[in-house]
Design a protein around this ligand. Structure first.
Ligand code: SIN
Length: 282
């Protein structure tokens, strides 16, 4: 029997009773898609998926994406190894700031799937924050700024203009293309989007990739964006996952932000990440 248990008051659900390595029936696929839209983050423990099984799961939600700038697995262009080696101490970590995956693309991933392979005994949790409750509870003065406005997203870690200093870059185990002038291109997305299945509105802004609000300079935008980020990353709106090998977590990349905690220097951490596409955010 399939059981869904909410993880917090606002975001996240754990699903028990589904074996994702088996062929996913039409009814289970509908249940997963509906649950993802509603709860935004789905946790399924003890799955131990192979990369092809992870891909099959990913395709339940939409076509698997091949992302630019981050080198995929040699054997699969649509899977990234999110790896930090035990030897990579004292540096940054991939995803170690609140973000939505690749929001700077014209059509950012609709969702992502992480499959835990090797996990430190403690640490390395991932945190997600619901951008639907963040929008619902946004003070009216800020709502009036973001409603009906677009925001500019830029592939900052991969471009030239905003390239992070070498010593603060994410860990070396993830090969990234840096210094591509094309990644400095500004992409416009609505600052508030609508989840297509639930009709709920969500903020679509993040500190890694959003540079400014349309109609404002970066300097004018930053104080407003910082105030929004303080609000939309509140612990009240978040759920935190303590990984175990075999865990699979799926998230709606348009209505959540996530953050990889970097508190496990000296320990190896490996997860496989796939992403799926959907209609462009509106
Ligand atoms: C990511 O940003 O996709 C990585 C998350 C994690 O490593 O916890």
């Amino acid at each position: 029997m399939t059981v869904l248990k909410k993880l917090t008051g606002f975001i996240g659900a754990e699903i028990e009773g589904l074996t994702l390595s088996e062929t996913i029936s039409g009814a289970d696929a509908e249940f997963l898609k509906r649950s993802l839209a509603e709860y935004q983050v789905l946790v399924l423990r003890g799955q131990f998926l192979t990369p092809p099984e992870q891909k099959a799961l990913t395709r339940v939600f939409g076509p698997a994406l091949q992302l630019p700038y981050v080198a995929p697995l040699e054997e699969d262009p649509e899977t990234i190894a999110v790896l930090k080696e035990a030897s990579e101490a004292g540096g940054g970590v991939f995803g170690g700031e609140w973000h939505a995956d690749f929001s700077f693309l014209a059509n950012p991933p609709a969702g992502s799937v992480l499959n835990a392979i090797e996990i430190p005994e403690v640490g390395g949790d991932t945190v997600w924050a619901s951008q639907t409750i963040a929008y619902d509870s946004l003070p009216a003065a800020l709502k009036s700024v973001v409603d009906e406005r677009r925001a500019v997203h830029v592939g900052k870690p991969y471009g030239v203009k905003f390239a992070p200093p070498a010593e603060t870059r994410a860990n070396a185990s993830i090969r990234m293309t840096r210094g591509d002038p094309d990644a400095d291109r500004e992409t416009f997305h609505p600052a508030v989007i609508t989840q297509p299945l639930t009709g709920r509105k969500a903020l679509f802004l993040n500190p890694i990739y959003t540079t400014r609000l349309d109609g404002m300079t970066e300097e004018e935008s930053q104080p407003i964006l910082q105030e929004i980020y303080r609000h939309c990353t509140r612990p009240d709106f978040s759920c935190r996952h303590k990984w175990q090998p075999g865990d699979v977590v799926i998230w709606d990349n348009r209505t959540t932000l996530h953050y990889a905690t970097n508190d496990y220097d000296g320990h190896r951490r490996l997860l496989y990440r796939t992403t799926f596409s959907g209609a462009a955010p509106v």
